[in-house]
Design a protein around this ligand. Structure first.
Ligand code: PEP
Ligand code: MN
Length: 442
C-alpha cells in the first residue's frame, strides 16, 4: 500500500455494511445532535485500557472481553445489565485466581447495537423484507415498517449506551464488584448448577485467603472496586464519526462511543473506510481475523493502524474455528512479529464455530469453543508469544442458545429459551464452565 493510499480519509474509502437511510435529513439532524452531545467515555479511560492491553501483550495480564452478539434496546434494564456484569465478574474471579494475574474486563456492551449481515434481505413464508441490522438501524420484528432504517435509533443507541455505562460504573465502584461480594453474586445460582457449586468452593478459598491477609493487617479497601471497560464493533461510521472528540490535552482524536472499537471480519479490508476511520482515532483498536486472513494483511494492519508500534494500541482477535486455528494462526503471528510490533492477541472462539442445529437454530458447541481456545494457546506457546485473552458472546440469563456445558443443553433444548437477536450466546453456567476449563489451560 502506498503512502497516499494510507492517508486517505475514511470518507473517501469504500464503506460497506452501511445502512441506506431513506430519510437523509433526519440522519443529518441526529448526527448534528450527536456531535454536540457529551462523549460517553473519556480519552483518559481509553488510554488506561491501552496500557492494560499492553500488559496483556507482555503476558502480565489476561483480557476477558464479552457480552451480547447484539445488544437490544429492550435488553437495557438494570437487571439484565447487572446479570451480565455479574457473569463477567464471576468469570474474571475464576481467571484471576487461576493466573494470579490481573484480568482486564472489557464488556461487549454499551454500543454493540449494529450488525453486519451476510444477506441484505430475509425471506419467510414467501415474504421478503430487508434483514435486521441491529437496534441501531431497524427493528427485529418481521414487519415491513419495522425493517425500515430509522436514524432516530442512533440517538436511542447513544442513550442506551449511556444508561448501560452508568449502571456498570455504579456496580464497579459501589462495592458490589468487591471481592467480599463473591458469594452474593452466586446466591441465585449455587444450588441449581454444577458451575455454581464449583464457583462457590473457589469463593470460600478466596474468602479464606482474604481473611488471612486481613488478619495479617493488609488493608483490603482496594478490592472493593473494579475497572470495567466498554467495547463494540465500530460498524456505523456516521455514528462513530459524530462521537469523535479532540482531547484538548494531547490534541488527539478519540472515539468517545466506547473505550475500544474493533473492526469486524466483513469490513476489515486494509483499504476499507473502517480501517481508515480507526487509523484516525487514538483508542485501542481490535481487528477480527478470520480464516481467510493473509500474512500480508496482518502486516498492513500493523503499518496502517499502529505506525508507532505503540504497546496496547492494536489487538488481533482471531476467529478461525476450532478446525482451522492450529493451521492458520502461526503464519499470522510470524507476520506480525516481522513488523517489529507487539500486538495483543485475543481468541474469539465463537464466530468460527457457528452451525445450524436440526431445529433451524443457529448454535455453537461449548466443546468446539474450548477446542479453539486450546488451539490458540497451543500455537502461542509453541511460538513463544502470549495468548492474551478471550472474546466471547454471553449473557447473564439462563438462555438455551449454545449446546453443551455442565448443566448440559442438548440440540433439542434450544427452543426452550432462545432469545438472541443475532448469534447464540453462552448462558451464565456455560460462561463459568468455560472460565473453569480455561483456568486449567492457564
Ligand atoms: C461479531 O462479533 O458479532 C461478528 C459479527 O464477528 P465477526 O466480525 O468476527 O464475524
Ligand atoms: Mn456475533
Amino acid at each position: 500500500m502506498t503512502n497516499s493510499e494510507l492517508l486517505v480519509s475514511w470518507r473517501d474509502a469504500p464503506a460497506t455494511h452501511q445502512p441506506e437511510w431513506p430519510d437523509r435529513a433526519a440522519l443529518g439532524d441526529v448526527l448534528t445532535r450527536l456531535s454536540a452531545a457529551p462523549g460517553l467515555v473519556t480519552p483518559n479511560a481509553c488510554d488506561s485500557l491501552r496500557s492494560r492491553l499492553a500488559a496483556v501483550a507482555d503476558g502480565e495480564a489476561f483480557a476477558l472481553q464479552g457480552g451480547d452478539c447484539a445488544e437490544t434496546f429492550d435488553g437495557v434494564t438494570p437487571d439484565a445489565i447487572r446479570n451480565k456484569t455479574k457473569t463477567l465478574l464471576q468469570m474474571a474471579v475464576v481467571l484471576t485466581y487461576a493466573t494470579a494475574r490481573p484480568v482486564v474486563k472489557i464488556g461487549r456492551m454499551a454500543g454493540q447495537y449494529a450488525k453486519p449481515r451476510s444477506s441484505p434481505s430475509e425471506t419467510r413464508d414467501g415474504v421478503t423484507l430487508p434483514v435486521y441490522l441491529g437496534d441501531a438501524v431497524n427493528g427485529f420484528d418481521f414487519d415491513p415498517a419495522a425493517r425500515v432504517p430509522d436514524p432516530a435509533r442512533l440517538w436511542r443507541m447513544y442513550e442506551a449506551s449511556r444508561f448501560t455505562l452508568d449502571i456498570v460504573a455504579g456496580h464497579a465502584r459501589d462495592g458490589y464488584a468487591g471481592l467480599d461480594q463473591l458469594h452474593r453474586w452466586n446466591r441465585d445460582f449455587v444450588a441449581s448448577s454444577p458451575a455454581g457449586a464449583r464457583y462457590e468452593e473457589l469463593a470460600y478459598e478466596i474468602d479464606h485467603a482474604l481473611r488471612f491477609m486481613g488478619a495479617c493487617g493488609v488493608r483490603l479497601d482496594e478490592l472493593r472496586s473494579v475497572e470495567i471497560f466498554a467495547s463494540h464493533e465500530g460498524l456505523l461510521l456516521d455514528y462513530e464519526d459524530a462521537l469523535t472528540r479532540i482531547d484538548p490535552d494531547s490534541g488527539l482524536t478519540y472515539a468517545t462511543s466506547g473505550h475500544m472499537l474493533w473492526i469486524g471480519e466483513r469490513t476489515r479490508a486494509p483499504g476499507s473506510a473502517h480501517v481508515a476511520f480507526c487509523r484516525s482515532i487514538a483508542n485501542p483498536i481490535g481487528v477480527k481475523l478470520g480464516p481467510t486472513t493473509t500474512p500480508d494483511e496482518v502486516r498492513s494492519y500493523v503499518e496502517i493502524l499502529d505506525p508507532d508500534r505503540q504497546p496496547g494500541r492494536l489487538t488481533f482477535i482471531t476467529r478461525m474455528g476450532a478446525r482451522q486455528i492450529r493451521d492458520r494462526l502461526p503464519e499470522l503471528i510470524r507476520a506480525a512479529q516481522e513488523t517489529g510490533g507487539k500486538p495483543t492477541w485475543i481468541s474469539d472462539p465463537m464466530h468460527g464455530n457457528t452451525f445450524l442445529a436440526p431445529s433451524g437454530h443457529k448454535t455453537r458447541h461449548l466443546a468446539d469453543i474450548l477446542d479453539e481456545v486450546r488451539g490458540f494457546f497451543d500455537v502461542h506457546r509453541a511460538l513463544g508469544t502470549h495468548p492474551g485473552g478471550i472474546h466471547i458472546e454471553f449473557t447473564g440469563e439462563d438462555v438455551t442458545e449454545c449446546i453443551g456445558g455442565g448443566d448440559e443443553i442438548l440440540a433439542g433444548d434450544l427452543h426452550h429459551r432462545y432469545e438472541s437477536a443475532c448469534d447464540p450466546r453462552l448462558n451464565r453456567g456455560q460462561s463459568l464452565d468455560l472460565a473453569f476449563d480455561l483456568a486449567e489451560l492457564l
